[in-house]
Design a protein around this ligand. Structure first.
Ligand SMILES: Nc1ncnc2c1ncn2[C@@H]1O[C@H](COP(=O)(O)OP(=O)(O)O)[C@@H](O)[C@H]1O
Ligand SMILES: [Mg+2]
Length: 383
Protein backbone atom coordinates (compact mmCIF):
# COMPACT_ATOMS: atom_id res chain seq x y z
CA UNK A 1 0.00 0.00 0.00
CA UNK A 2 1.15 3.50 -0.85
CA UNK A 3 0.01 6.36 1.34
CA UNK A 4 0.03 9.53 -0.72
CA UNK A 5 1.28 12.64 0.98
CA UNK A 6 -0.10 15.38 -1.27
CA UNK A 7 -3.29 15.48 0.80
CA UNK A 8 -5.55 15.21 -2.24
CA UNK A 9 -7.51 12.29 -0.85
CA UNK A 10 -7.35 12.99 2.86
CA UNK A 11 -10.48 13.06 4.98
CA UNK A 12 -10.41 16.36 6.85
CA UNK A 13 -12.73 17.24 9.68
CA UNK A 14 -12.56 20.87 10.77
CA UNK A 15 -14.31 21.85 13.98
CA UNK A 16 -16.97 19.24 13.41
CA UNK A 17 -19.37 18.73 16.28
CA UNK A 18 -22.83 17.42 17.12
CA UNK A 19 -25.29 18.44 19.78
CA UNK A 20 -28.69 16.93 20.52
CA UNK A 21 -30.65 19.61 22.38
CA UNK A 22 -28.32 20.66 25.18
CA UNK A 23 -26.35 17.40 25.10
CA UNK A 24 -23.06 17.45 23.24
CA UNK A 25 -22.39 14.07 21.62
CA UNK A 26 -19.26 15.26 19.79
CA UNK A 27 -17.33 18.36 20.82
CA UNK A 28 -15.93 20.31 17.87
CA UNK A 29 -12.98 18.27 16.68
CA UNK A 30 -10.29 18.48 14.05
CA UNK A 31 -9.06 15.28 12.50
CA UNK A 32 -7.10 14.47 9.36
CA UNK A 33 -7.12 10.93 8.03
CA UNK A 34 -4.41 10.49 5.40
CA UNK A 35 -5.44 8.90 2.13
CA UNK A 36 -4.75 5.19 2.04
CA UNK A 37 -4.34 4.80 5.77
CA UNK A 38 -6.09 2.44 8.14
CA UNK A 39 -7.47 4.74 10.80
CA UNK A 40 -9.26 3.63 13.98
CA UNK A 41 -11.60 5.62 16.17
CA UNK A 42 -11.34 3.95 19.56
CA UNK A 43 -13.38 4.63 22.65
CA UNK A 44 -15.90 3.28 25.14
CA UNK A 45 -19.57 2.96 24.26
CA UNK A 46 -21.33 6.34 24.03
CA UNK A 47 -18.21 8.46 23.45
CA UNK A 48 -19.35 9.70 20.03
CA UNK A 49 -17.67 7.32 17.56
CA UNK A 50 -20.76 6.41 15.54
CA UNK A 51 -21.92 10.03 15.45
CA UNK A 52 -18.53 11.09 14.07
CA UNK A 53 -18.62 8.33 11.45
CA UNK A 54 -22.18 9.20 10.44
CA UNK A 55 -21.18 12.83 9.94
CA UNK A 56 -18.43 11.69 7.57
CA UNK A 57 -20.93 9.50 5.70
CA UNK A 58 -23.51 12.28 5.52
CA UNK A 59 -26.04 10.29 7.56
CA UNK A 60 -25.95 12.85 10.37
CA UNK A 61 -25.91 16.60 9.90
CA UNK A 62 -23.14 18.25 11.92
CA UNK A 63 -24.11 21.08 14.28
CA UNK A 64 -20.92 22.87 13.31
CA UNK A 65 -17.78 22.40 11.24
CA UNK A 66 -16.94 20.96 7.85
CA UNK A 67 -16.14 17.60 6.30
CA UNK A 68 -13.74 17.60 3.38
CA UNK A 69 -12.48 14.86 1.12
CA UNK A 70 -9.27 16.19 -0.33
CA UNK A 71 -10.15 19.64 -1.62
CA UNK A 72 -13.86 18.97 -1.87
CA UNK A 73 -16.15 20.28 0.86
CA UNK A 74 -18.79 17.54 1.18
CA UNK A 75 -20.52 18.87 4.30
CA UNK A 76 -23.75 19.61 2.43
CA UNK A 77 -23.69 16.60 0.09
CA UNK A 78 -26.22 13.81 0.62
CA UNK A 79 -24.70 10.41 1.49
CA UNK A 80 -25.11 8.89 -1.97
CA UNK A 81 -23.13 11.74 -3.55
CA UNK A 82 -20.13 11.19 -1.29
CA UNK A 83 -17.38 8.80 -2.38
CA UNK A 84 -17.87 6.95 0.88
CA UNK A 85 -19.42 3.60 1.84
CA UNK A 86 -20.27 2.22 5.24
CA UNK A 87 -20.15 -1.30 6.66
CA UNK A 88 -22.17 -1.83 9.82
CA UNK A 89 -22.12 -4.44 12.54
CA UNK A 90 -25.40 -5.81 11.22
CA UNK A 91 -24.31 -6.77 7.75
CA UNK A 92 -27.68 -5.83 6.27
CA UNK A 93 -27.27 -8.24 3.34
CA UNK A 94 -30.30 -8.88 1.15
CA UNK A 95 -31.52 -12.28 2.40
CA UNK A 96 -33.33 -13.25 -0.81
CA UNK A 97 -30.34 -12.51 -3.07
CA UNK A 98 -27.38 -14.83 -3.40
CA UNK A 99 -23.85 -13.67 -2.57
CA UNK A 100 -23.05 -12.79 -6.17
CA UNK A 101 -26.14 -10.59 -6.49
CA UNK A 102 -25.54 -8.98 -3.09
CA UNK A 103 -22.11 -7.90 -4.25
CA UNK A 104 -23.39 -6.91 -7.71
CA UNK A 105 -26.10 -4.71 -6.20
CA UNK A 106 -24.27 -1.38 -6.36
CA UNK A 107 -23.28 -1.94 -10.01
CA UNK A 108 -26.75 -2.99 -11.10
CA UNK A 109 -28.27 0.04 -9.39
CA UNK A 110 -26.03 2.22 -11.48
CA UNK A 111 -27.29 0.46 -14.59
CA UNK A 112 -24.11 -1.49 -15.28
CA UNK A 113 -24.95 -4.67 -17.20
CA UNK A 114 -21.77 -6.67 -17.37
CA UNK A 115 -20.93 -7.20 -13.73
CA UNK A 116 -19.39 -10.65 -13.84
CA UNK A 117 -15.74 -9.68 -13.97
CA UNK A 118 -15.93 -7.05 -11.24
CA UNK A 119 -18.03 -9.19 -8.91
CA UNK A 120 -15.67 -12.10 -9.48
CA UNK A 121 -12.69 -9.95 -8.56
CA UNK A 122 -14.38 -8.69 -5.42
CA UNK A 123 -15.35 -12.19 -4.33
CA UNK A 124 -11.77 -13.30 -4.88
CA UNK A 125 -10.53 -10.33 -2.85
CA UNK A 126 -12.60 -11.42 0.15
CA UNK A 127 -11.93 -15.12 -0.60
CA UNK A 128 -15.53 -16.09 -1.24
CA UNK A 129 -15.29 -17.08 -4.90
CA UNK A 130 -16.63 -20.56 -4.09
CA UNK A 131 -19.66 -19.23 -2.23
CA UNK A 132 -21.09 -17.03 -5.00
CA UNK A 133 -24.36 -18.92 -5.37
CA UNK A 134 -25.15 -19.36 -1.70
CA UNK A 135 -27.64 -17.26 0.19
CA UNK A 136 -26.46 -15.12 3.13
CA UNK A 137 -28.00 -17.42 5.76
CA UNK A 138 -25.84 -20.29 4.47
CA UNK A 139 -22.65 -18.42 5.41
CA UNK A 140 -20.93 -17.92 8.74
CA UNK A 141 -20.93 -14.52 10.43
CA UNK A 142 -17.38 -13.81 9.32
CA UNK A 143 -18.19 -14.74 5.72
CA UNK A 144 -21.28 -12.54 5.75
CA UNK A 145 -19.21 -9.64 6.99
CA UNK A 146 -16.78 -10.18 4.11
CA UNK A 147 -19.71 -10.07 1.68
CA UNK A 148 -20.71 -6.75 3.22
CA UNK A 149 -17.17 -5.45 2.70
CA UNK A 150 -17.12 -6.66 -0.93
CA UNK A 151 -20.52 -5.09 -1.56
CA UNK A 152 -19.23 -1.75 -0.28
CA UNK A 153 -15.87 -1.89 -2.08
CA UNK A 154 -17.37 -2.66 -5.49
CA UNK A 155 -18.59 0.94 -5.61
CA UNK A 156 -14.93 2.05 -5.50
CA UNK A 157 -15.38 4.45 -2.63
CA UNK A 158 -12.45 6.67 -1.68
CA UNK A 159 -13.17 5.90 1.93
CA UNK A 160 -14.66 2.85 3.62
CA UNK A 161 -16.27 3.47 7.00
CA UNK A 162 -16.62 0.49 9.32
CA UNK A 163 -18.76 0.79 12.44
CA UNK A 164 -17.87 -2.02 14.87
CA UNK A 165 -18.05 -4.46 11.95
CA UNK A 166 -16.71 -7.37 14.00
CA UNK A 167 -18.83 -6.75 17.08
CA UNK A 168 -21.15 -9.69 16.45
CA UNK A 169 -18.38 -12.25 15.99
CA UNK A 170 -16.89 -14.46 18.67
CA UNK A 171 -13.37 -13.72 19.83
CA UNK A 172 -11.47 -16.20 17.65
CA UNK A 173 -13.30 -15.25 14.48
CA UNK A 174 -12.87 -11.59 15.33
CA UNK A 175 -9.10 -12.04 15.50
CA UNK A 176 -9.09 -13.76 12.09
CA UNK A 177 -11.26 -11.06 10.57
CA UNK A 178 -9.00 -8.31 11.94
CA UNK A 179 -6.11 -9.73 9.97
CA UNK A 180 -8.36 -10.35 6.98
CA UNK A 181 -9.65 -6.76 6.90
CA UNK A 182 -6.13 -5.45 7.27
CA UNK A 183 -5.05 -7.57 4.30
CA UNK A 184 -7.97 -6.35 2.19
CA UNK A 185 -7.20 -2.72 3.06
CA UNK A 186 -3.55 -3.18 2.13
CA UNK A 187 -4.56 -4.80 -1.15
CA UNK A 188 -7.08 -2.18 -2.27
CA UNK A 189 -5.15 0.74 -0.73
CA UNK A 190 -8.16 2.92 0.05
CA UNK A 191 -8.74 4.73 3.32
CA UNK A 192 -10.46 2.69 6.03
CA UNK A 193 -11.94 4.43 9.06
CA UNK A 194 -12.74 1.74 11.58
CA UNK A 195 -14.76 2.33 14.74
CA UNK A 196 -14.25 0.02 17.69
CA UNK A 197 -14.36 -0.05 21.49
CA UNK A 198 -11.77 -2.87 21.54
CA UNK A 199 -8.29 -1.46 22.11
CA UNK A 200 -6.54 -4.61 20.93
CA UNK A 201 -8.52 -4.52 17.71
CA UNK A 202 -7.60 -0.90 17.06
CA UNK A 203 -3.93 -1.54 17.82
CA UNK A 204 -3.75 -4.68 15.65
CA UNK A 205 -5.29 -3.10 12.59
CA UNK A 206 -4.70 0.60 12.46
CA UNK A 207 -1.79 2.74 11.28
CA UNK A 208 -3.23 5.58 13.33
CA UNK A 209 -5.59 5.40 16.29
CA UNK A 210 -7.62 8.33 17.61
CA UNK A 211 -8.72 7.70 21.19
CA UNK A 212 -12.10 9.28 21.96
CA UNK A 213 -13.50 10.01 25.39
CA UNK A 214 -16.78 11.77 26.13
CA UNK A 215 -17.10 13.37 22.71
CA UNK A 216 -13.47 14.46 22.38
CA UNK A 217 -10.36 13.02 20.75
CA UNK A 218 -7.91 12.72 23.65
CA UNK A 219 -4.91 11.69 21.61
CA UNK A 220 -4.05 10.25 18.25
CA UNK A 221 -0.98 8.50 16.96
CA UNK A 222 0.44 5.15 15.95
CA UNK A 223 -0.36 2.26 18.31
CA UNK A 224 3.20 2.27 19.67
CA UNK A 225 3.20 6.04 20.15
CA UNK A 226 -0.06 5.90 22.11
CA UNK A 227 1.08 2.95 24.16
CA UNK A 228 4.55 4.23 24.99
CA UNK A 229 3.72 7.92 25.31
CA UNK A 230 0.18 8.34 26.54
CA UNK A 231 -0.58 11.96 27.30
CA UNK A 232 -3.64 11.55 29.49
CA UNK A 233 -4.62 9.17 32.27
CA UNK A 234 -7.55 8.04 30.14
CA UNK A 235 -5.28 6.95 27.29
CA UNK A 236 -2.76 5.41 29.70
CA UNK A 237 -5.45 3.29 31.35
CA UNK A 238 -7.72 2.56 28.38
CA UNK A 239 -4.91 1.25 26.16
CA UNK A 240 -3.56 -1.67 28.13
CA UNK A 241 -2.70 -1.20 31.79
CA UNK A 242 -0.59 1.52 33.37
CA UNK A 243 0.81 1.90 36.86
CA UNK A 244 0.38 5.55 37.79
CA UNK A 245 2.37 6.71 40.80
CA UNK A 246 1.70 10.00 42.57
CA UNK A 247 5.00 11.86 42.79
CA UNK A 248 6.51 15.30 43.19
CA UNK A 249 9.36 16.97 41.32
CA UNK A 250 12.39 16.98 43.61
CA UNK A 251 15.41 18.10 41.60
CA UNK A 252 17.37 17.56 38.43
CA UNK A 253 20.20 15.19 37.73
CA UNK A 254 21.81 15.55 34.31
CA UNK A 255 19.16 14.74 31.69
CA UNK A 256 16.80 13.35 34.29
CA UNK A 257 14.21 14.80 36.57
CA UNK A 258 14.33 13.31 40.06
CA UNK A 259 10.86 12.56 41.39
CA UNK A 260 10.01 11.86 45.00
CA UNK A 261 7.34 9.24 45.61
CA UNK A 262 6.83 8.72 49.33
CA UNK A 263 10.31 8.12 50.69
CA UNK A 264 11.56 6.76 47.37
CA UNK A 265 13.10 8.50 44.39
CA UNK A 266 12.42 7.83 40.74
CA UNK A 267 14.23 9.12 37.68
CA UNK A 268 12.29 10.49 34.73
CA UNK A 269 14.08 11.50 31.50
CA UNK A 270 13.45 15.25 31.00
CA UNK A 271 12.56 14.54 27.38
CA UNK A 272 9.55 12.51 28.51
CA UNK A 273 8.08 15.35 30.50
CA UNK A 274 6.06 17.71 28.31
CA UNK A 275 5.38 20.28 31.04
CA UNK A 276 8.16 22.45 32.59
CA UNK A 277 8.17 20.48 35.89
CA UNK A 278 9.15 22.98 38.58
CA UNK A 279 10.39 21.73 41.93
CA UNK A 280 7.49 20.78 44.17
CA UNK A 281 5.11 20.24 41.26
CA UNK A 282 2.96 17.14 41.41
CA UNK A 283 3.06 14.61 38.55
CA UNK A 284 1.85 11.11 37.90
CA UNK A 285 4.79 8.87 37.03
CA UNK A 286 3.67 6.08 34.71
CA UNK A 287 5.23 2.69 34.08
CA UNK A 288 3.77 -0.21 32.09
CA UNK A 289 3.52 -3.58 33.90
CA UNK A 290 5.76 -5.45 31.44
CA UNK A 291 8.56 -2.91 31.84
CA UNK A 292 8.99 -3.74 35.53
CA UNK A 293 11.24 -6.59 36.68
CA UNK A 294 10.84 -8.33 40.02
CA UNK A 295 13.73 -9.46 42.17
CA UNK A 296 13.39 -11.24 45.46
CA UNK A 297 14.44 -8.93 48.34
CA UNK A 298 17.25 -11.36 49.31
CA UNK A 299 18.96 -10.67 45.96
CA UNK A 300 18.38 -6.91 45.89
CA UNK A 301 22.04 -6.18 46.65
CA UNK A 302 23.05 -7.55 43.23
CA UNK A 303 20.88 -5.12 41.26
CA UNK A 304 22.78 -2.70 39.03
CA UNK A 305 22.74 1.02 39.79
CA UNK A 306 20.74 3.50 37.82
CA UNK A 307 17.42 1.66 37.81
CA UNK A 308 14.23 2.96 39.34
CA UNK A 309 13.31 0.87 42.36
CA UNK A 310 10.41 0.38 44.71
CA UNK A 311 9.99 -2.25 47.38
CA UNK A 312 6.82 -4.23 47.94
CA UNK A 313 5.12 -7.48 48.85
CA UNK A 314 3.53 -9.86 46.36
CA UNK A 315 -0.21 -9.76 46.98
CA UNK A 316 -1.28 -11.94 44.08
CA UNK A 317 0.26 -13.97 41.26
CA UNK A 318 -1.78 -15.27 38.31
CA UNK A 319 -0.08 -17.72 36.00
CA UNK A 320 -1.52 -17.25 32.50
CA UNK A 321 0.88 -19.31 30.39
CA UNK A 322 3.09 -16.89 28.49
CA UNK A 323 3.36 -14.63 31.49
CA UNK A 324 2.62 -14.32 35.16
CA UNK A 325 0.68 -11.27 36.26
CA UNK A 326 1.57 -10.07 39.72
CA UNK A 327 -0.09 -7.55 41.98
CA UNK A 328 2.48 -6.01 44.31
CA UNK A 329 1.54 -3.97 47.36
CA UNK A 330 3.95 -1.08 47.72
CA UNK A 331 4.07 1.36 50.62
CA UNK A 332 4.83 4.19 48.20
CA UNK A 333 2.34 3.65 45.41
CA UNK A 334 -0.31 1.17 46.53
CA UNK A 335 -1.00 -1.86 44.34
CA UNK A 336 1.12 -2.10 41.18
CA UNK A 337 0.78 -4.55 38.30
CA UNK A 338 3.82 -6.41 37.03
CA UNK A 339 3.81 -8.81 34.06
CA UNK A 340 6.71 -11.21 33.85
CA UNK A 341 7.33 -13.49 30.89
CA UNK A 342 7.65 -17.12 31.91
CA UNK A 343 11.22 -17.80 30.91
CA UNK A 344 13.15 -18.65 34.04
CA UNK A 345 10.72 -18.54 36.90
CA UNK A 346 11.94 -17.77 40.40
CA UNK A 347 9.73 -19.99 42.55
CA UNK A 348 10.27 -17.68 45.51
CA UNK A 349 8.11 -15.08 43.76
CA UNK A 350 4.88 -16.18 45.41
CA UNK A 351 2.28 -14.28 47.42
CA UNK A 352 3.77 -12.92 50.64
CA UNK A 353 7.32 -12.61 49.26
CA UNK A 354 9.21 -9.36 49.75
CA UNK A 355 10.42 -8.04 46.42
CA UNK A 356 12.10 -5.14 44.68
CA UNK A 357 10.39 -3.75 41.57
CA UNK A 358 12.89 -2.18 39.25
CA UNK A 359 12.99 -0.74 35.77
CA UNK A 360 14.97 1.30 33.30
CA UNK A 361 14.12 4.98 34.02
CA UNK A 362 13.80 5.57 30.25
CA UNK A 363 10.47 3.68 30.35
CA UNK A 364 8.94 6.09 32.85
CA UNK A 365 6.42 8.58 31.48
CA UNK A 366 4.84 11.53 33.23
CA UNK A 367 1.30 12.85 33.23
CA UNK A 368 -0.34 15.98 34.57
CA UNK A 369 -1.46 15.22 38.13
CA UNK A 370 -4.59 17.35 37.83
CA UNK A 371 -6.46 14.45 36.20
CA UNK A 372 -8.54 11.58 37.45
CA UNK A 373 -5.96 8.87 38.09
CA UNK A 374 -8.59 6.16 37.37
CA UNK A 375 -9.95 7.60 34.10
CA UNK A 376 -10.30 4.85 31.51
CA UNK A 377 -9.81 1.94 33.93
CA UNK A 378 -12.20 -1.00 34.03
CA UNK A 379 -13.11 -0.07 37.60
CA UNK A 380 -14.20 3.33 36.37
CA UNK A 381 -16.17 1.83 33.50
CA UNK A 382 -18.05 -0.41 35.95
CA UNK A 383 -19.33 2.57 37.96
N1 LIG B 1 -30.31 10.82 17.80
C1 LIG B 1 -29.81 11.03 19.02
N2 LIG B 1 -30.47 11.78 19.93
C2 LIG B 1 -29.96 12.00 21.16
N3 LIG B 1 -28.78 11.50 21.60
C3 LIG B 1 -28.08 10.75 20.74
C4 LIG B 1 -28.55 10.47 19.42
N4 LIG B 1 -27.62 9.69 18.80
C5 LIG B 1 -26.63 9.49 19.70
N5 LIG B 1 -26.90 10.12 20.87
C6 LIG B 1 -26.04 10.15 22.06
O1 LIG B 1 -24.77 10.65 21.70
C7 LIG B 1 -23.76 9.96 22.40
C8 LIG B 1 -22.77 9.36 21.42
O2 LIG B 1 -23.39 8.33 20.71
P1 LIG B 1 -22.62 7.43 19.66
O3 LIG B 1 -21.94 8.31 18.69
O4 LIG B 1 -23.59 6.45 19.11
O5 LIG B 1 -21.55 6.71 20.58
P2 LIG B 1 -20.61 5.43 20.29
O6 LIG B 1 -20.76 5.05 18.87
O7 LIG B 1 -19.24 5.88 20.64
O8 LIG B 1 -21.08 4.36 21.23
C9 LIG B 1 -24.44 8.91 23.27
O9 LIG B 1 -24.56 9.43 24.57
C10 LIG B 1 -25.79 8.76 22.60
O10 LIG B 1 -26.75 8.39 23.56
MG1 LIG C 1 -21.44 3.22 18.04
Amino acid sequence: MKTTTDGSGDVRLDGIGKTYGDFTAVHPLDLTVPQGSFFALLGASGCGKTTTLRMIAGLEEPSCGTVRLGDQDVTRLPPYKRPVNTVFQSYALFPHLDIFENVAFGLRRRGIKSVKKQVGEMLDLVQLGEQARKKPHQLSGGQQQRVAVARALINHPKVLLLDEPLGALDLKLRRQMQLELKRIQTEVGITFIHVTHDQEEAMTMADTVAVMNAGRVEQQGSPTELYENPRTTFVANFLGTSNLIEAEVDSRSGDDIVLRAGDGKLLLPSARCSAPAATGEKVLAGIRPEKIALTHADDAGALPDGRNRLTGTIADASFIGVSTQYVIDTPVAGALAVYAQNVERDTRLAPGAEVVLHWNPAHTFALDAAQDIDAGTEEEAAL
